[in-house]
Design a protein. Structure first.
Length: 252
């Protein structure tokens, strides 16, 4: 019963995330093909979401579309967490100026989580998924998040991360983490070159402290060689976008 409940909950969010990517009405076959659901299970899930008022069904076109209930459901979260920072316009400007994938990440226990992603339109691009988790001490976004913490907190998080990592070669030395943290604190950003995925780089910068003691990072992701080639322009784009969309009374 527990496994069935977890599967159902996961499918609800997978369906909503597919709508977020597609941004158009979708039919049963398109949803089941994309998410690899049995048609019978997909139909039952969609019918339930219609009954609950989260989807509407158009009989003429035989397609589904999220209702306004979905649009307003989590609006308070971004309003409270980001306050006056206009996060989506900031991300859209960055993608337009750099043409790279733009990521907002935060800490989720001993992981860094990509809470929102705007994918690059280039043929060769970093195709991270919203909700993706990365080891906190072994990715660009995670190390940048760690840079805002005390050395004692970092020590504890690195210890817990290593304790939870079954692959010995994936464990990290505290001295290496602290060296990267010192670099981030000094230069204000971090450029990870293939730390988590070979050939993939991330340029990450911390955002001002958010309410509820939450910390966020804004990052560009793409092939290392391309980020390297335009490194100065990418850093300038990040700094410029943060300044433009940051409230005047906030501390960067």
């Amino acid at each position: 019963m527990a496994d069935a409940a977890i599967k159902s909950a996961r499918r609800v969010f997978e369906i909503m995330e597919f709508f977020d990517r597609a941004r158009r009405p979708l039919g049963l076959k398109a949803i089941c093909d994309e998410l690899r659901y049995p048609v019978s299970s997909g139909a039952a899930m969609l019918k339930s979401l219609v009954t609950l008022g989260y989807l509407e069904y158009d009989r003429k076109t035989q397609t589904y579309l999220p209702t306004m209930r979905i649009a307003v459901l989590g609006r308070w979260v971004s309003e409270q967490l980001f306050g006056e920072i206009r996060m989506l316009p900031l991300m859209e400007e960055l993608r337009e100026r750099t043409r790279e994938t733009v990521i907002v990440g935060t800490q989720s226990d001993i992981s860094a989580q990509y809470v929102h992603v705007l994918r690059s339109n280039q043929a060769l691009a970093y195709s991270a998924e919203p909700g993706s988790l990365r080891p906190l001490a072994r990715c660009g976004v995670g190390l940048t998040l760690l840079s805002s913490k005390s050395d004692e907190e970092i020590d504890t998080l690195v210890y817990r991360s290593n304790h939870a990592e079954p692959v010995r070669s994936h464990r990290v030395a505290l001295k290496d983490v602290m060296a990267n943290v010192a670099r981030i604190r000094k230069q204000g950003y971090f450029f990870s070159r293939g730390i988590y995925s070979e050939g993939i780089g991330v340029i990450a910068m911390p955002l001002p402290q958010a309410p509820f003691t939450r910390s966020f990072v804004i990052a560009l992701g793409g092939p290392v060689y391309r980020l390297e080639r335009h490194l100065d322009q990418n850093i300038a784009a990040l700094l410029g976008a943060i300044r433009r969309f940051l409230p005047k009374n906030a501390k960067a």
